[in-house]
Design a protein around this ligand. Structure first.
Ligand SMILES: NC(=O)c1ccc[n+]([C@@H]2O[C@H](COP(=O)([O-])OP(=O)(O)OC[C@H]3O[C@@H](n4cnc5c(N)ncnc54)[C@H](OP(=O)(O)O)[C@@H]3O)[C@@H](O)[C@H]2O)c1
Length: 254
């Protein structure tokens, strides 16, 4: 077991990529705190993990609200002990042509995708610094380095996450805290259910992905997260680990 008895907070752990990371962390022996807004779905995921012999709890938290995040970390520390690992994964996706993107769309995207990474990081860092160890895994996106039409808000937020990871590495590596990103490519989750229902999008993605797959299964993100959470990544700092079936590495086929 590579994460035996480690305490891990996974924001957005009730669905998609976060859910698969939570399940895999628990299978590797971690005690997992699932944090998202809808407590029922968090509890459902925690129950599935517990049913499989793992250890997990659900906490209601809106990552865009400082008070929620501070309360989350205080509760997890009181219930489970010091937080060893944070996976800042909660996110939202609003794709619109720039002239249709409202101020509210922009603010919501930044509040969840960017501030919603900063706030949990800020809440767990004092404890990690005090213990001289910790793992911060920020979920970026290939859209943080690669632009697409209608993605002005989302791409900006994810580019911000990748830069936050680099700045935090400069600040925290000397304290024994590894800060890294995972940048998923198009992954089959509820976030993009609408796109996956469109045969043209499936064909386009498949054509442009060297593996030939259209969307990556969310389970395929979890191994990268285990690596970055484990002692195996002790010397890995400031890395943006792209997990996209090779999509962003090859010239588009068109
Ligand atoms: N799927 C992809 O193709 C893809 C590609 C690249 C990057 N990503 C990134 O991967 C991460 C996970 O995405 P996903 O595809 O797994 O999405 P998902 O299936 O839609 O899950 C999103 C999760 O985030 C939670 N969440 C949303 N807003 C929140 C908030 N304000 N506070 C707390 N939790 C919140 C949701 O629960 P509640 O709604 O109950 O709060 C849910 O648990 C995101 O950061 C996304 O940008 C995804």
């Amino acid at each position: 077991m590579r994460l035996q008895d480690k305490v891990a907070i996974i924001t957005g752990g009730s669905s998609g990529i976060g859910r698969e990371i939570a399940k895999k962390f628990a299978a590797e022996g971690a005690r997992v705190a699932i944090a998202n807004r809808t407590i029922a779905t968090g509890e459902e995921t925690a129950a599935e993990i517990t049913g499989q012999g793992g250890t997990a709890w659900a906490y209601a938290c809106d990552v865009s609200k400082a008070a929620d995040v501070e309360a989350l970390v205080a509760a997890v520390e009181a219930d489970q002990g010091p937080v060893d690992i944070l996976v800042a994964n909660a996110g939202t996706l609003i794709n619109k042509p720039v002239e249709e993107l409202t101020e509210d769309d922009w603010d919501t995207t930044m509040a969840i995708n960017l501030k919603g990474v900063f706030l949990p990081v800020r809440a767990v860092v004092p404890g990690m610094k005090g213990r001289g160890s910790g793992k911060l895994i920020l979920i970026g996106s290939i859209a943080g380095t690669w632009g697409y039409a209608t993605g002005a808000a989302y791409c900006s937020s994810k580019g911000g996450v990748i830069m936050m990871m680099k700045a935090l590495t400069a600040e925290l590596a000397g304290h024994g805290i590894n800060v890294n990103c995972i940048s998923p490519g198009a992954t089959a989750t509820p976030l993009n259910a609408e796109h996956r229902a469109d045969p043209e999008i499936l064909a386009l993605f498949s054509r442009n992905t060297p593996s030939g797959r259209d969307f990556v299964p969310p389970q395929d993100m979890a191994g990268a997260a285990v690596f970055l959470a484990s002692d195996d990544s002790k010397a890995v700092h400031g890395m943006n680990l792209v997990v996209d079936d090779g999509f962003s590495s090859v010239k588009p086929a068109g």
